[in-house]
Design a protein around this ligand. Structure first.
Ligand code: BGP
Length: 483
């Protein structure tokens, strides 16, 4: 019998406002943290690491600069101007769902405004209406690396408890406005990324916290996001009765360096280092080992009365996650942990290890752990695509990446019994990369003619994978198993 995905499987693609929209000052939008995120392609690599650590000086420079070629997220892929054309192309592929985010700074330009910005609300009304024209369900991330910069400069970002209230106002506004257009919501994109990039995720700039341990700042900010996430779930369910609210986790999958017990233990510790965040949002409380970590590292979370009750009472309905690769082999060498390349796996041009079986392992782990429906909301291959002289783009390597990942996804569903609501590939249209701010790290089924400095026509060109994905959706995956 021909294998295919379950009826109603939600095939689609994903973007984020800060990486796709552009129009960074259009329609009354305020400046977001991402508008001040500079790329470092014009400096030597050594400095790149140092530069990636945002300082107050970097923000001053960004605010003083009108050279958008250094700040790629100011132009993104110019979805703000092309959204009708882009959504039409998503519909041509047959999308059932489109994951996107609402830029907080379009709705409340300064984050603490008394009234919302009507032009910003209208923009997303138009986007959702365009999706509805083609029967595409929006899947909306409330916060995806784009808090208003004013909340950073005036309040010190998510470290300040006031942000919970400002976020509640934002969520009430968008749920009320879009209650008849959006039923699927995610609260914070990769809430764990506060650890990796505290600036874009939490609006935290280390030099603004003299004398306070950085760990304390990061986990206090994350506590405020956990409370805000629970309140957002509460608000969503109250305003939109059939809504489903998910958490969103960076699914890092670690393999032991060897069968040596110390190495197996290390990999288990690393996995819990990721699960602790989704545990908190799914079980509605900090897991014991995260509390132990706080204690061992001298982190003292300041709570307000009712925090524990709210978190417990409003856990998420489903678990969404990003998966790109497995994370190398971790070995406990002395007490320093080093991840080494997995010799059994190929790597992308950016060194990300390509591991489709790792996706199945991740799905089984998450479903066994939480017994809640899953949703894969990011997966894909960043690659340097080339436009051939005849104007076509042959990204067979991307088709191959998806082909093997889709087959493992179906194995998890059909063989391992995992319940998976849907799949949205990351960057279904070329957009600005988060880690390197490059347009040239392309993920899309649709090519966008723009370079790493924002120069280009922004013309859209379907790649070979566009037509392939269209067939996958048309046959609900059955074409993957045709000879
Ligand atoms: C995830 C983010 C996405 C996206 C993705 C790909 O962490 O949620 O916003 O950026 O990573 O990574 P990159 O863009 O760095 O290639």
């Amino acid at each position: 019998m021909m294998r295919k995905f379950p009826e109603g499987f939600l095939w689609g693609g994903a973007t984020a406002a800060n990486q796709v929209e552009g129009g960074w000052k259009e329609g009354g939008k305020g400046i977001s943290v991402s508008d001040c995120a500079r790329h470092h392609l014009d400096v030597d690599v050594e400095n790149y690491k140092a530069h990636n650590h945002i300082t107050s000086k970097d923000i001053e420079e960004a605010l003083a600069s009108d050279d958008d070629s250094l700040y790629p997220k100011r132009h993104g892929s110019q979805f703000y101007y092309h959204y009708k054309e882009d959504i039409k192309m998503f519909a041509e592929m047959g999308f059932k769902v489109y994951r996107m985010s609402i830029a907080w700074s379009r709705i409340f330009p300064n984050g603490d405004d008394e009234q919302p910005n009507e032009a910003g609300l209208k923009f997303y009304d138009d986007v959702f209406d365009e999706c509805a024209k083609y029967g595409i369900e929006p899947l909306v991330t409330m916060s995806h690396y784009e808090p208003p910069l004013n909340l950073v400069l005036k309040y010190n970002g998510w470290y300040n408890r006031k942000l919970v209230g400002f976020f509640e106002t934002f969520v009430k506004t968008i749920c009320e406005r879009y209650k008849n257009k959006v039923k699927y919501w995610l609260t914070f994109n990769e809430v764990d990324s506060m650890i990796r990039h505290p600036y874009t995720t939490g609006g935290l700039i280390e030099d603004r916290f003299p004398g306070i341990k950085w760990n304390q700042v990061i986990f206090q900010a994350m506590h405020h996001q956990f409370v805000a996430s629970a309140l957002a779930t509460k608000i969503c369910h109250e305003i939109i009765s059939d809504s489903m609210v998910g958490c969103m986790l960076t699914k890092l999958t670690y393999y032991p360096y060897s069968c040596k017990p110390e190495d197996v233990l290390q990999a288990q510790q690393d996995m819990r280092g990721t699960y602790c965040y989704s545990d908190t949002q799914v079980f509605g409380e900090y897991p014991a080992y995260l509390l132990a970590k706080f204690k061992n590292e001298g982190v003292e979370i300041v709570k307000e009365p009712g925090d524990d009750e709210v978190m417990k009472k409003y856990p998420v309905d489903f678990v969404s996650f990003s998966y790109y690769m497995s994370s190398g082999l971790d070995t406990a060498v002395g007490n320093t942990v080093t991840a080494v390349k997995n010799p059994y796996l190929p790597s992308s041009e950016w060194g990300w290890q390509i591991d489709p079986i790792g996706l199945r392992i991740s799905m089984v782990d998450l479903y066994d752990r939480y017994r809640k429906p899953l949703f894969i909301v990011e997966n894909g291959l960043g690659a340097k695509d080339v436009v051939l002289p005849d104007g076509t783009i042959d990204d067979q390597y991307r088709i191959d990446y998806f082909d093997c990942h889709f087959k493992e996804m179906l194995n998890a569903i059909e063989i391992d019994g995992v319940e998976c609501l849907g799949y949205t590939s990351w960057g279904c249209i070329d957009i600005v990369s988060e880690s390197t701010k490059q347009m040239s790290k392309r993920y899309g089924f649709i090519y966008v003619d723009a370079d790493d400095y924002g120069k280009g026509t922004y013309k859209r060109i379907p790649k070979k994978s566009f037509y392939w994905y269209k067939k996958v959706i048309e046959t609900n995956g059955a074409c993957l198993f045709e000879d």
